[in-house]
Design a protein around this ligand. Sequence first.
Ligand code: E4P
Length: 220
Amino acid sequence: MKMFLDSAKTDEIRYALDLWDIDGITTNPKHVKDSGKPFRTVIEEIAGLFDGTTKEVSVEVDPNLADWEKMVDQGLELSKISPNFVIKVGVSEQGFKAIRELTNRGVRVNATLIFSVAQAWQAARAGAAFVSPFVGWKEQYGDPVESLIPEVAVMLENYDYRAEIIAAAVRNSRHIAEAALAGAHCITAGMAVYQDSFRNPYTTMGEQLFQNAWNATPEQ
Ligand code: E4P
C-alpha cells in the first residue's frame, strides 16, 4: 500500500521523504492555504522536491470552477508543471466529464471527495487513475464507514477498472488497518496520524523493560 502524506507544507514533505520514504503526497485547497504561500509558489516548490522521482503528487483544480471545460484547461496547465502531478478533480456531473477528458488527453486524475460506491464507479468508468473515498469525514458526520473501502474495492475488481483506491481523510491507526485489510492501494494521512501509528504503549513499555534489563546485565 502506497503511503502518501496529506500536506502542502514543504518542511513536512521534506521530512517525510527523508525519514519515511513516502510514495507521494496529496494536497487540497485547505492544505495549500495552511502552507501560508500562494498556490502557484507552493506547488512549484513541491514539484521541485519530487523532481527526478516517479512519486505521485496530487494537486487540485480550483474548486470554484463550475464547468468541465475550465477544469480541463486548468488541469492541463497544472499537469505541465511536473510529470509527477496527478490532477485532483472533485466528483460531480461536470467533474466526471472533466475526468474523462483529462484522462483522454493523457493526464492522470485523482477523483476526490468520494463518499459512495456510486461516485467511485462513475469516476472509475470515466478513467480516473485514483479514487479517493474520504473515510474520516464520513465518520465525523456519524455515517457508518467500515464498508466504504471494501465495497469500492469489490466494485473496481468486478469490472477490472484500473483506478487505485486512496483511503483519504484517515484519522487513526484503525483507519489505516481497515484500509490495508480492504486492499486499498494507497493511503493518505497527515504527519500526526502517521507518527501516532508508529507508537504503541506496549512498545514503549517493552522498550523500557528491555533497557532496564540491558542496563542491569553485568558487563563481563
Ligand atoms: C485527500 O486527498 C484529502 O486531501 C484529504 O484526505 C482531506 O481530508 P483532511 O484534510 O480533512 O484530512
